[in-house]
Design a binder for this molecule. Structure first.
Ligand code: F6P
Length: 320
């Protein structure tokens, strides 16, 4: 292929810019033309496509968000929308597309493959919930944002001898909650992958207090319930008073960590190599510290991605 395009889609994630930069620079290095599609699949439908140069991606590696902007496009969910998108693909002579995003974006790529456009998918989501890769771009940055918040909340929790509930994102996955809870020393972590037991939560809080603990941190993944719902339950069932902090979209912003910048650079460059060799229908990922590529269908082969349950067990052992 000589003429490719790149887009970012779905919820943005820190490191998306570093991935876009890698795609553009690697493509130019390989003497290919590379266009940016603005506003994700919606931009493809509307023909928001511009040729990018080396300088177009200067000074973005350290920035959060995505210079190509992102969107969740209901129109792209329809066959009519996708056919409109394909008309622009043909008009611009685009032979292959790099899709940077989460599993919803990968589904979109699968539809475009069906209509004849080779796509390579680069995983970027703070949720870390894509089958076939140990890590997604943005997860490490979001994790560090959450840990920073936990550390700050711990200061006030210990001053006032309070129990805090911190609600974190992750959609249906518990990765962000688990890793942040372990790294932040939380007393209790609630994740969608493991059924919670209110009596056990209460017991852990009370036995901690009995042993002289002055404050506690509970991390709840949004896929389990909201922080406020948990606070209501603890108040109603055990008369435990808490404060709730919902971290929200702050988790999606900020400068990407070094680790996210590095994997974004590796993933973006590999995507270009694959398209150069005429390969589509592939997802890129990281397995045991190695950059790998695998059939896009494997992403959808299993319902849910596997959380590291050993890490969960460890977090329980260390937070007694
Ligand atoms: O998928 C990333 C994510 O931030 C999830 O963690 C969260 O549930 C969702 O997106 C929020 O989406 P939106 O920004 O559209 O409200």
């Amino acid at each position: 292929m000589k003429n490719i395009a790149v887009l970012t889609s779905g919820g943005d994630a820190p490191g998306m810019n570093a991935a876009v930069r890698a795609v553009v620079r690697k493509a130019i290095f390989e003497e290919m033309e590379v266009a940016g599609v603005f506003n994700g699949y919606q931009g493809l439908i509307e023909g928001k496509i511009e040729l990018l140069q080396l300088g177009s991606v200067g000074d973005i590696i350290q920035r959060g968000g995505t210079m190509l902007r992102s969107a969740r496009s209901p129109e792209f969910m329809t066959e009519e929308g996708r056919l409109k998108a394909m008309r622009h693909v043909k008009e611009h002579g685009i032979e292959g597309l790099v899709v940077i995003g989460g599993d919803g974006s990968f589904r979109g790529a699968r539809e475009l493959m069906r209509l004849g456009l080779p796509c390579v998918c680069v995983p970027a989501t703070i949720d870390n919930d894509i089958n076939g890769t140990d890590f997604t771009i943005g997860f490490d940055s979001a994790l560090n944002t959450v840990i920073d918040a936990i550390d700050k909340i711990r200061d006030t929790a210990s001053s006032h001898e309070r129990t805090f509930i911190i609600e974190v994102m992750g959609r249906d996955a518990g990765d962000l909650a688990l890793w942040a809870g372990l790294a932040g020393g939380a007393e209790t972590i609630l994740i969608p992958e493991e059924r919670y037991d209110l009596a056990d939560i209460v017991d852990r809080l009370q036995s901690g207090t009995g042993r002289g603990k002055k404050h506690s941190i509970i991390i709840v993944a949004e896929g389990v319930m909201s922080g406020n719902e948990l606070a209501d339950l603890l108040k109603k069932e055990a008369n435990i008073e808490t404060r709730v902090s919902v971290l929200g979209h702050i988790q999606r912003g900020g400068s990407p960590t070094a680790r996210d910048r590095v994997i974004a650079s590796q993933f973006g460059a590999r995507a270009v190599e694959l398209l150069k060799d005429g390969r589509g229908g592939v997802a890129i990922g990281m397995q045991n510290q190695m950059v790998v590529d695998y059939d896009l269908n494997e992403v959808f082969a299993e319902e849910d991605h596997a959380l590291d349950m050993e890490l969960y067990k460890l977090s329980k052992q260390l937070s007694i």
